[in-house]
Design a protein around this ligand. Structure first.
Ligand SMILES: [Zn+2]
Length: 116
């Protein structure tokens, strides 16, 4: 009997605008790179104007600004991280989805609700 091979379908590519609102992006991908380069899974995002409170699955809280040029915004778009938080237990499919996400200047969703 042949060993069952894991069929890995090529992940569907997703395109988001480079200038997508960072809060919307986090709300969508539910990942967040901390300052130490650790990628956390986001349990909830609470938006308060230009600030948002992120709660990770490992029960950390981060207050972030809605700045496109913030460190984290750059890291998210460039997919820079050192390691994945072991406590957050980010599933592989989520990381695969993230790695197949591309940011384009003129193509993709701005992630604005009801206007896509
Ligand atoms: Zn974590």
């Amino acid at each position: 009997m042949a060993t069952q091979e894991k069929t890995t379908k090529p992940a569907k590519k997703r395109y988001y605008r480079k200038r997508v609102r960072i809060f919307n992006l986090i709300d969508k991908i539910k990942l967040w790179p901390s300052q130490t380069g650790q990628l956390h899974g986001i349990r909830s995002i609470e938006i308060m104007g230009d600030t948002a409170r992120l709660t990770t699955h490992c029960n950390k809280e981060f207050l972030i600004n809605n700045s496109l040029n913030s460190r984290a915004g750059r890291w998210l778009r460039n997919k820079w991280f050192v390691n994945v938080c072991p406590k957050c237990r980010v599933p592989d499919w989520k990381l695969e989805k993230y790695s197949s996400t591309l940011f384009k200047r003129h193509q993709g969703s701005m992630l604005i609700k009801n206007k896509e």
